[in-house]
Design a protein around this ligand. Structure first.
Ligand code: GLN
Length: 498
């Protein structure tokens, strides 16, 4: 039997009831990866033998009914897995073997999940299309000439193409939700601090959060249950206790108030996405939700604020890649050296100019510039003030409404190469997602339709801090009434006649 169409929730139930073995499950996903990943490019490293071995051992052990026992999962290559390369899709870390597991990986091991491999991403999670990977492109399974979104492009596509039922991504400004929207899957960015960041390679520490990609809200809740919890090794980890996110999923939405921000509906919003929003509103109304028009005028400052804060933090975080500690070290052969130049500075320069790709360099330069004396007040400090106003505005909004509904992205997935020459154009696509990171609040993207071209459309719900349960309940209710999340792309494996 092939198990790729089953939800993680049903796989857990079937494994617990002894209807099939972990090895059969792993075998289905391994075969799907072998068949389709050459064309899609989700995985940077995939070890089918290891996954099969792990599931066989599990089948023969007493632990085979533990938490996530036998459920295959893919990990974005920005999350450390012990003794494995964690490259962040960068030449800089191409040969970096992590000496430890991220806390979230440790938790998944305790839950007995089966690790499939590491997924492709934009270098150091900087990007919205996965075109910034130093190693390979990732294609959108719905149409290979379109981008999968980013930076968690591999994480979204492996779920969309049913090569993994679940995957972990990271979201600093939308990197879980935007690829989820582009690929027709569900993507949750939890509250800042909800999942430990220990072992998540830092991009912008005050914004980074590990997130979940899955087919639906129920599978997201299932995985979230196994990821949350306070971690003394991450000083920003929340001390708020985790909940059983599956328990309340079926709760009624009767009386729930959802806000629709006026500013989200402007000429930049694609009309097909706007139409999906109207439809979604009607679906929610049938479940007893009341809609309220609200105003979030700070929305228009989101992208500028985010790109300043994120780049400033990145310029500091990426200073550690200097050739001395991690991965790459570049020096010149003795005969080519200019004797007057300082040896150490030369190594830094060689390493950083060869190890980082163009987008990462752009962000480091932008961040260093905005933090430098004379510009700090005009850029970084101003961005911090704007961030505060964004946070205050949302706090006020959540006194009026329980959740906020809007688009995840202004357009469906664009073509590969369409925006890579114009970074600003690409940055502007993050308008709806960056706000949640700046405010530290949770947000979820869920499938809500298709464009005329057959590309998925995603919508986003945002809620106040630690409202993951409510976000998942609302999404689950929507998914009980719609089947957008159950649609599969038609894929032609590489080598097969099309
Ligand atoms: N697209 C955004 C950026 O390029 C967000 C990236 C992310 O969330 N990691 O910075």
């Amino acid at each position: 039997m092939n198990h790729i169409q089953q939800s993680a929730f049903d796989l857990v139930a079937g494994l617990k009831a002894g209807q099939f073995s972990a090895e059969e499950v792993a075998d289905s996903f391994v075969r799907q990866i072998e068949r389709h990943d050459t064309a899609i490019g989700s995985f940077l490293r995939f070890d089918g033998q290891q996954a099969l071995q792990q599931s066989r051992t599990l089948d023969g052990s007493e632990n085979k009914r533990d938490g996530l026992a036998g459920i295959p999962i893919a990990i974005k290559d920005v999350i450390c897995v012990r003794d494995q390369v964690t490259s962040c899709s960068s030449r800089m870390l191409e040969s970096f073997l992590s000496p430890y597991d991220a806390t979230v990986v440790e938790k998944l091991r305790q839950s007995k999940a089966v690790m499939l491999g590491k997924t492709n991403m934009d270098e150091f999670a900087m990007g919205s299309s996965t075109e910034n990977s130093a190693f390979q492109p990732t294609r959108n399974p719905w149409n290979p000439s379109h981008v999968p979104g980013g930076s968690s492009g591999g994480a979204a596509t492996c779920v969309a193409a049913r090569m993994a039922p679940l995957s972990l991504g990271s979201d600093t400004g939308g990197s879980v939700r935007q690829p989820a929207a582009f690929c027709g899957v569900t993507g949750l960015k939890p509250t800042y601090g909800r999942i430990s960041r220990y072992g998540l390679v830092a991009f912008a520490s005050s914004l980074d959060q590990i997130g979940i990609l899955a087919h639906d809200a129920r599978d997201t809740a299932l995985l979230l249950n196994h990821c949350v919890g306070h971690d003394p090794r991450d000083s920003t980890s929340a001390s708020v206790a985790g909940e059983d996110y599956l328990a309340g999923l079926g709760n009624s939405l009767e009386g729930l108030k959802i806000g629709l921000p006026r500013e989200y509906f402007n000429e930049g919003l694609n009309p097909e996405i706007s139409a999906s929003l109207d439809q979604a509103r009607a679906t929610f109304e049938q479940r007893g939700v009341q809609f309220v028009e609200i105003s979030l005028p700070m929305t228009s400052y989101g992208v500028a604020t985010y790109y300043l804060v994120a780049s400033c933090e990145a310029s500091g975080n990426l200073a550690r890649y200097d050739g001395a500690h991690y991965g790459l070290r570049k020096t010149l052969p003795a005969e080519n050296r200019d004797r007057s130049e300082n040896e150490l500075l030369r190594m830094y320069r060689q390493t950083r100019s060869q190890g980082f790709g163009p987008e990462v360099k752009r962000r480091i330069m932008l961040g260093t510039y905005a933090l430098s004396s004379g510009y700090y007040d005009a850029y970084y400090l101003k961005a911090l003030k704007s961030r505060r106003l964004i946070q205050d505005e949302l706090k006020q909004a959540f006194q009026q409404v329980d959740l906020i509904l809007g688009p995840t992205t202004p357009t469906p997935a664009y073509k590969t190469g369409e925006k890579s020459a114009n970074p600003l154009d690409m940055y502007l696509g993050d308008i709806y997602t960056v706000i949640a990171n700046l405010a530290g609040i949770p947000a979820i993207s869920f499938p809500a339709g298709f464009s005329a071209e057959g590309l998925p459309i995603g919508l986003q719900l945002q809620g106040p801090a630690f409202s993951e349960s409510r976000l998942l309940q609302a999404t689950h209710a929507f998914q009980s009434q719609t089947d957008w999340h159950q649609q599969d792309p038609q894929m032609t494996p590489a080598g097969d006649p099309s």
